[in-house]
Design a protein around this ligand. Structure first.
Ligand code: NI
Length: 157
């Protein structure tokens, strides 16, 4: 089911999401809804926070940018490794329609979490996947990409 995406300055977007205690069917339903919602809006990533659910769940599919990429759902994702320096790249957000900005992100990250079956996974990501994962994990901490750049740099499309 496609859900409504919260739009800035909805105060829920600034909330810190809670860890998922158990990956059950409710979490799997949430993941399915989040993928449907993301694809409906032509996004490449979505955090549960953006659909008004305060749980640490993200979905990412960067295949529109990197063809070989596969859809990825992560529960309780956590950045456990950072490699390379900071790189600037343009970002947008489904919760900030029409806004884009250059955001500094870690070049490569190692992210650990659970898949939708509750199995531990670890991903080493560079490029757009690294950027998308950092962006979505930020959402779970109530952080938007505009919080990571000076407001003068953000511009309407
Ligand atoms: Ni976003």
């Amino acid at each position: 089911m496609v859900k409504d995406i919260l739009v800035y300055p909805d105060p829920f977007l600034a909330r810190k999401a809670a860890p998922v205690a158990k990956v059950d069917d409710r979490v799997r339903d949430l993941v399915r809804d989040m993928f449907e919602t993301m694809y409906e809006s032509d996004g490449i990533g979505l955090a549960a926070t953006q659909v008004g659910v305060g749980k640490r769940v993200i979905v990412v599919d960067v295949s529109p940018v990197e063809e070989a990429a596969a859809p990825l759902a992560l529960v309780n994702p956590e950045i456990v490794g950072r490699e390379g320096g900071l790189v600037l790249g343009v970002e947008g957000c489904l919760s900030l329609p029409g806004v884009q900005g250059d955001v500094p992100r870690q070049e490569t990250v190692v992210v650990r979490g659970l898949d939708r079956h509750g199995e531990p996974v670890q991903i080493r990501a560079g490029g757009i996947l690294s950027r998308a994962l950092q962006h979505e994990i930020d959402h779970l901490d109530g952080v938007l990409f505009i919080d990571r750049i000076s407001s003068s740099v953000a511009s309407a499309k």
